[in-house]
Design a protein around this ligand. Structure first.
Ligand SMILES: C[S@@+](CC[C@H](N)C(=O)[O-])C[C@H]1O[C@@H](n2cnc3c(N)ncnc32)[C@H](O)[C@@H]1O
Length: 500
């Protein structure tokens, strides 16, 4: 087999990788994979690896089985059937999670044969093939073989099918450069261009094939969806395309660009919730036309120096009122800030901005929304490290989290200065979050505690925007605001706790 566009050396390497893959699929490979998975679970990889090699099994195959078992265990966070799937390291890193893939595959409902261009190890293919015949194209023969295998595994496990009726053999693999593929007879295209070359991440804004080529697909097939980096420059997206940002918990994962034939709103923020539900918010971007909310981690200069964090540029978020913080603060999902939908969220929850350029929203009741975490304001003051440190200490906290938005400074250094001495930490006390931000253009500290789902479960975000022109909120789950995962880019580190 010849790797599309490859050199002789690359062909040899590709042949060797395919031979290893075949060997892993053999009865011996299956046995070694099971042994490696068990060793990993017990933490006895070294001893078991030695034992397997001593038993006469080929060392390369034993090593490949352990490598694959390790990838499968990492992949469990993305795929329900991970323990039966196959991955390469870059293939897994770039693969769409099962939930994200299933969410966007639904956009192709009612369409016939699809093309999954740059299929990789098949993260998206699994979801697309659940409902459609799919032409799966990749120039990496190993990825393509893995993708076909993974789609078959998913077919057996059937985690995504909505119809419940699935035909086998609906994936048509095609080892080729996507630029050379005939798309006649294709009713929709999904493309996920590579943002890694081997183990190297490509420069920001570049991909293979380039985004410009992906956008031009619409000249051949009207229904095109493109997966791109979450830090994508929005000015490269052609007018009329929908831009979606997807967060998994609090972590921003990707953007997806939908051609006009598939798009339903200018902007969309989607949050994959921990309970398996998906919440999605749509609307017009804040300050439409002036770039508001277009940055994931703005750095602009003002009289406080470098302003960092999820700042909004170009004016208030969608004309929200401007007021001092109030009793509760909503800290929007990075998908919401990145999509420029802070104003949409604010109107949905009757919120206000505490500063025209800061993405925190004030609210006067503990509203539960999947699009933000909610914090109760315990105290607020002009930002002065000594004063804030004294207030934190007086509150009797067990842990401290510092979030910075719109102010410069080394968050970790400031957190160390604010954190009470160990003897003043209260083991079962609350975790305090200090928001370092700006209020009415002044450096400000807001001392907060995060509300649990139970504390917010009583008050749900009203779906007031439903039916309003170009604004729609599909609130699938409203109580998932507490105990969220990693912080968005630009925020501070996780809490330092009394139990450290
Ligand atoms: C980001 S990964 C795809 C991930 C996939 N959507 C998933 O969820 O598993 C990109 C893939 O594009 C392939 N690729 C890059 N450039 C290509 C090209 N010009 N033609 C065909 N495949 C290409 C790479 O081999 C890689 O497998």
């Amino acid at each position: 087999m010849t790797a599309a566009g490859g050199t002789a050396a690359a062909d040899d390497a590709a042949t060797a990788r395919l031979a290893t893959f075949d060997a892993l699929l053999s009865p011996l490979g299956t046995e070694l994979l099971a042994a490696a998975a068990a060793a990993l679970a017990r933490g006895s990889e070294l001893a078991d690896g030695t034992r397997l090699r001593a038993a006469g099994h080929p060392p390369e195959l034993v090593a490949a089985a352990f490598g694959q078992a390790e990838l499968r265990s990492r992949a469990a966070a993305k795929f329900p059937a991970a323990d039966q799937m196959f991955f390469t390291r870059p293939g897994l890193e770039q693969a769409s999670s099962h939930r994200a893939a299933a969410h966007r595959a639904a956009r192709f409902a009612g369409r016939g044969r699809l093309a999954d261009l740059c299929t990789g190890i098949g993260g998206d293919l699994v979801a697309l093939a659940a409902e459609h015949p799919v032409l799966a194209v990749d120039r990496d023969p190993l990825h393509l073989r893995m993708a076909v295998h993974n789609a078959e595994v998913a077919d057996a496990v059937d985690p995504v099918s909505r119809s419940g009726v699935r035909e086998r053999g609906r994936v048509e693999p095609c080892e080729a450069d996507v630029r050379e593929v005939d798309l006649r007879g294709v009713d929709g295209v999904f493309v996920d261009p590579a943002r890694r070359g081997g183990d190297q991440r490509m420069a920001t804004g570049t991909s293979e094939p380039p985004l410009g080529w992906c956008f031009a697909l619409v000249d051949r097939v009207e229904a095109v969806a493109i997966k791109a980096a979450p830090g994508l420059r929005l000015d490269v997206v052609p007018p009329g395309w929908e831009i979606e940002f997807v967060a998994d918990g609090r972590g921003l994962k990707e953007s997806v660009l939908f051609a006009p034939a598939l798009g339903t709103a200018p902007r969309r923020a989607t949050v994959l919730l921990r309970n398996g539900e998906v919440a999605t918010l749509t609307g017009e971007p804040d300050g439409s036309g002036d770039g508001s909310g277009d940055r994931v981690s703005d750095r602009v200069s003002d009289r406080f120096g470098d302003v960092a964090g999820d700042a909004l540029t170009g004016g208030p978020a969608g004309g929200l009122p401007l007021r001092p913080p109030g009793p509760f603060i909503l800290d929007p999902s990075p998908a919401v800030t990145r999509a420029g939908l802070v104003g949409t969220l604010g109107r949905l929850v009757d919120g206000w901005q505490i500063d025209p350029r800061i993405a925190f929203l004030g609210v006067d009741r503990p509203v539960a929304t999947p699009f933000a975490r909610i914090l109760r304001v315990e105290a607020e003051m002009a930002f002065d490290v000594r004063r804030v440190a004294a207030a934190v200490r007086a509150a009797g906290v067990s842990a401290l989290d510092v979030r910075r938005r719109g102010l410069a400074g080394d968050v970790e250094a400031i957190r160390r200065r604010l954190l009470p001495a160990r003897r003043h930490l209260v083991p079962h006390g609350p975790t305090m979050t200090v928001l370092m931000t700006r209020v009415r253009d002044a450096p400000w500290a807001i001392l907060c505690t995060e509300l649990t789902a139970a504390q917010t479960g009583q008050v749900e975000a009203p779906e007031r925007a439903e039916g309003a022109a170009a604004e729609r909120a599909e609130v699938a789950e409203v109580a998932e605001v507490a105990a969220e995962g990693p912080t968005p880019a630009g925020d501070g580190p996780g809490p330092a706790s009394a139990g450290r």
